[in-house]
Design a protein around this ligand. Structure first.
Ligand code: PMP
Length: 364
């Protein structure tokens, strides 16, 4: 079988191990496993599911969905406060990234990552035949704008920023983004705002002024709908027209579209839940910071990045999993040796994590 040369060196996206596999490996029951590694919401939106249930038997599921996704676009438009022409719904934020990459990356084009950041940017660009240029963030994880700007050449097509950034938790600074947008109007700047609801800070208004700015959002995080796979792009009307040429016609499904519409009509619930998580994040951060051997970073998202200053972070990660608490081990990322990331969950889960890590810190 002849395959693309790329696959001789390409590193695929590292999928999270499913809970059933963790349970089997460590002799645990499925309900003993607490996932604090996926940055998802701990709140199951039962109210929305019940509402969906009442509509599901009336769905014309034998037909394709409305390929303009009109109802969903209108709800996103209300939620975000921009005109429908500026919005493209996608099958999760990951598909949004793929559509952007397909629009701008030719074989041999370059994309800049403000690194460390969300790995799917790299995966998408490399699969499209593009090359990744990593510009390391500063010590406080803010974007190295001088580094980004000086690495731009005629092959550069996209600069990926992420605000709040996964996994560092900090946001892009307004002055930094403006400087990039002003200095390179012919390079597309993507700002991934997957965790927007936790920071409350968005750059969407700048899409009125800058055609080269594209915002990516998702309902997988604060909306608690990761399983429904709904994301969206907000950009200028002109850029949206261009991106629409690269988007698949029917990648969203009728059931998820309806669920997303129901959810977006109830955004007060999302805001309330996001506030609870933010409050909980600050409580956990304070308690975690008080433990020995740990350096905990500030965060504007629903997760905390921390470093085990002395000891074996891989062992700590393993010991937590053995007891059913799954967090993200970032040790394989060169800039994040001995770092771990924990997603903020319900208070009882967070307390369990805190109690366990306090005990394990004496052993690792
Ligand atoms: N962007 C960032 C920064 C993320 O952390 C994630 C989820 N891990 C995604 C995009 C993907 O989100 P979705 O589930 O909407 O594809």
């Amino acid at each position: 079988m002849k395959i693309r040369e790329l696959f001789s060196y390409f590193t695929p996206y590292e999928w999270e191990t499913p809970s059933w596999m963790i349970a089997e490996e460590h002799g645990l029951k499925l309900d003993q496993i607490i996932r604090m590694d996926m940055n998802t919401s701990p709140y199951l939106p039962l109210k929305w599911l019940k509402n969906l249930e009442s509509k599901i038997t009336m769905m014309k599921i034998n037909n394709y969905p409305d390929t303009t996704y009109r109802d969903l676009v209108n709800e996103i438009s209300n939620y975000v406060g921009v005109k429908p022409e500026k919005i493209i719904p996608t099958n999760g934020a990951d598909e949004a990234i793929d559509i952007i990459v397909k629009t701008f990356i030719d074989c041999g084009s370059e994309a800049i990552l403000s690194s460390p950041t969300y790995d799917y940017f790299r995966v998408s660009v490399e699969l499209q035949g593009g090359k990744i240029i990593k510009i390391l963030r500063k010590n406080d994880f803010t974007d190295n704008v001088d580094g980004i700007l000086s690495s731009i050449n005629e092959k550069t097509r996209i600069i990926f920023l992420c605000s709040p950034n996964n996994p560092t938790g900090n946001i892009t600074e307004y002055k930094d983004l403006i400087r990039i947008l002003d200095e390179v109007p012919d390079v597309t700047v993507v700002v991934d705002e997957a965790y927007y609801e936790y920071s409350g800070r968005t750059f969407i208004e700048l899409t009125e002024t800058y055609d080269n700015l594209i915002i990516v959002r998702t309902l997988s995080k604060a909306f608690g709908l990761a399983g429904a796979r709904i994301g969206y792009i907000v950009t200028s009307k002109e850029t949206a027209k261009l991106l629409n040429k690269a988007r698949p016609p029917n990648s969203l499904n009728t059931i998820s579209i309806e669920l997303a519409v129901i959810a977006l009509r109830d955004s007060e619930t999302v805001i309330r839940n996001s506030r609870k998580i933010v409050k909980e994040r600050e409580r956990v951060r304070e308690l975690l910071s008080a433990l020995p051997k740990l350096k905990v970073y500030p965060s504007e998202a629903n997760f905390l990045l921390f470093k085990l200053v002395r000891g074996d972070s891989r062992l700590l990660h393993k010991r937590l999993i053995e007891r059913g608490i799954v967090i993200r081990n970032l040790d394989s990322i060169p800039e994040l040796r001995s770092h771990l990331r924990v997603t903020i969950s319900l208070p009882e889960h967070n307390n369990k994590f805190l109690k366990l890590i306090e005990k394990l810190l004496e052993e690792v």
